[in-house]
Design a protein around this ligand. Structure first.
Ligand SMILES: [Zn+2]
Ligand SMILES: [Zn+2]
Length: 378
């Protein structure tokens, strides 16, 4: 078959959930998705999932670009691709990511950071050429974090896609495209947890459970999970948590409770996964003087925070991370393999499976006590 025999990809009409403005209700809409341009791939979604950052996006964080299609976790099949795309073919199973890995910029060559300089975090809601591939009611729709997975079809620059070569359940691959991997990566790539370490994790959503699993595999012996929701105790234990702390059951602060559980010293590593700004200073104080590290993962609504000066002077470190330090093309396949071998089991994460029609009610579903992760099946 010659190239002339291949029909070029056409405009697709499909359904997506659109966020028309900050604090406006999400709406299921018919949208059009243009063919991918030269460096792009059009993906037919199999599963997507909900991550905390999508809700920040619905409120116009970190930038006010509307209308937009949210969603940055997902997995799908390559439906069509641009003329310059290499390394992918039609039918490949792929996950979107919001940080690329070119492999050759000065940051990609370092072990220290996953912030690729060539394919950075993109917040303007547009593809590389400054335009969008999606529209509804004649209006262009902004993308979200170069992903926009709450749609039957999406167009993504090939630099922000990773192929799934392992036999991973599609909904689990979706969880690995952000939340769980962010937590796992924070333990693995940012803290570099050593065997025998003590760890505390504030907030037991998918990110916190990822931290617990990563810490457990790396040999941490004390892993304290902290959450106000008693239903998270069982979830934490399923991933390797050794102690559970519900701050509502005590008058003492989280820091005091963690210190009590660790002979007064605090933990080697404390991971803040809630995005509650006031907890950052407690996370720092909960670590050991002289070498303790607080890793800040949760993104919050506030831009500034307060930290106790003396806590840092006493030799503690505070570290921020995006995507848990995961370099998508080098590190995600490692996690896909662990999932295939059942070393990582994600069934416990999957609390709700919904359709795209049900997705506009996402905030209500998230309030349910047993909610950990919402999958959207297409
Ligand atoms: Zn790079
Ligand atoms: Zn996320």
């Amino acid at each position: 078959m010659s190239n002339q025999d291949i029909t070029p990809p056409q405009v697709i009409t499909c359904r997506a959930v659109v966020c028309w403005g900050p604090d406006q209700p999400l709406k299921l809409e018919e949208i059009t998705v243009d063919p991918p341009k030269a460096s792009e791939v059009r993906v037919k979604l199999l599963y997507a999932s909900v991550c905390h950052s999508d809700l920040l996006g619905s409120r116009g964080k970190p930038v006010q670009v509307f209308p937009r299609i949210l969603g940055h976790e997902g997995v799908g099949e390559v439906e069509s691709l641009g003329s310059e795309v290499t390394g992918f073919k039609i039918g490949d199973v792929v996950v979107p990511v919001y940080i690329g890995e070119c492999g050759s910029c000065s940051n990609c060559k370092k072990d220290k950071t996953n912030l690729c300089l060539v394919n950075p975090l993109s917040l303007n809601g547009l593809l590389r050429d400054g335009t969008s591939r999606m529209s509804a009611q004649g209006k262009p729709l902004f993308h979200f974090l170069s992903c926009s997975t709450w749609s039957e079809y999406t167009v993504i620059d090939a630099s922000y896609l990773v192929r799934v070569d392992s036999a991973v359940e599609p909904r689990h691959a979706s969880f690995l495209s952000c939340g769980f991997s962010t937590g796992y990566g924070a333990a693995w790539k940012e803290a570099h947890i050593e065997p025998g370490s003590t760890v505390a994790v504030l907030g037991l959503g998918a990110v916190g459970l990822g931290v617990i699993k990563g810490s457990s595999i790396l040999g941490a012996t004390t892993i304290i999970g902290v959450d106000l929701n008693e239903a998270k105790r069982g979830k934490g234990e399923a991933f390797g948590m050794t102690h559970f702390l519900n701050p509502n059951q005590s008058e003492k602060s989280i820091t005091e409770l963690i210190q009590e559980m660790t002979g007064g010293m605090g933990v080697d590593y404390c991971f803040e996964c809630t995005g509650v700004t006031g907890l950052v200073s407690q996370a720092v104080d909960s670590t050991k003087p002289g070498g303790g590290m607080a890793v800040i993962i949760g993104a919050g609504d506030e831009n500034e925070l307060h930290i106790n000066f003396m806590s840092l002077i006493m030799g503690r470190t505070i570290k921020g991370t995006i995507f848990g330090g995961i370099k998508p093309r080098s590190d995600l396949p490692v996690l896909f393999d662990k999932c295939e071998r059942k070393e990582i089991q994600l069934d416990q994460l999957a609390s709700h499976e919904i359709s795209l029609e049900e997705l506009p009610n996402v905030e209500e579903i998230l309030k349910e006590a047993d909610c950990v992760k919402i999958s959207i099946k297409f």
